[in-house]
Design a protein around this ligand. Structure first.
Ligand code: CA
Length: 238
């Protein structure tokens, strides 16, 4: 059984000019494809057809995308990938904070689309987000090794010399490889909801982390910036 076989993807999008090529791409990759052009029909299809992954346009004619995410999260953890326009970083961050798993900014290429879907589907298939991590309490991608027991990160087998705060940031991202963590999620997780910390502290730490783990901090290989939204840890290529 190949990874894609029979996985069912629901496209929720009212723009036929986007739905048609998207559908073709997904069918060519052996996915079963369902489509809905409104929020109302999306909700009823999600309940009746139980898709494995939902691609959700935030700009639907009848319902706010956030309402749909909230409603779906009331009964299922089915991965939701939001399709959004450029310049809507706030909407994307809100969608993630409300329970979406990821987002794609239009226009996106088919390679990127299929990679994101594979990541989303993988997360539903393993209880931990990363099997090696679950077994060894380590996260590894290329030359980066995050050792949760020792609370150290190694780059090409050498201790990267992260401070405890820096390790917590890298460690948090390493527990969710391939996923965007919003600033809000990270601040809440690292310093608590009432800490009053803002994004600036993350940016300052990240600059220092990158000097320690990235060959070229301006073109990161391990931790990517999602502009205006948050950060994403690289995951091993399948
Ligand atoms: Ca739309």
């Amino acid at each position: 059984m190949t990874e894609n076989s029979h996985a069912r993807i629901l496209i929720v999008e009212d723009d036929a000019g986007i739905v048609l090529p998207l559908k073709k791409t997904l069918q060519a990759a052996s996915y079963d494809v369902l489509t809905a052009a409104s929020g109302k029909s999306a909700l009823s299809m999600i309940q009746s057809h139980c898709p494995d992954c939902i691609l959700l346009d935030l700009g639907l004619p009848d319902m706010d995308g956030g309402e749909i995410i909230k409603s779906v999260r009331g009964w299922t953890q089915t991965p939701i990938i939001v399709l959004s326009a450029r310049g809507t970083e706030n909407d994307k961050a809100n969608a993630l904070d409300m329970g979406a798993d990821d987002y794609l900014t239009k226009p996106f290429g088919s390679v990127e689309l299929l990679a994101r879907i594979r990541t989303a589907l993988r997360h539903t298939r393993t209880s931990a987000e990363n099997e090696e991590l679950a077994l060894t309490d380590m996260y590894r991608v290329d030359g980066l090794l995050v050792d949760y027991k020792k609370m150290r990160a190694y780059i090409n087998e050498r201790d990267a010399g992260l401070t405890p705060q820096e390790f917590r940031i890298v460690g948090l991202l390493g527990r969710h490889p391939g996923r965007v963590l919003t600033y809000k999620m990270m601040l809440r997780e690292l310093w608590g909801p009432a800490s009053g910390m803002d994004n600036k502290i993350l940016r300052v730490h990240m600059a220092s982390i990158r000097r320690k783990i990235e060959e070229n901090p301006n073109e990161p290989h391990y931790i990517f910036t999602e502009v205006g939204v948050g950060y994403r840890m690289a995951e091993p290529q399948a």
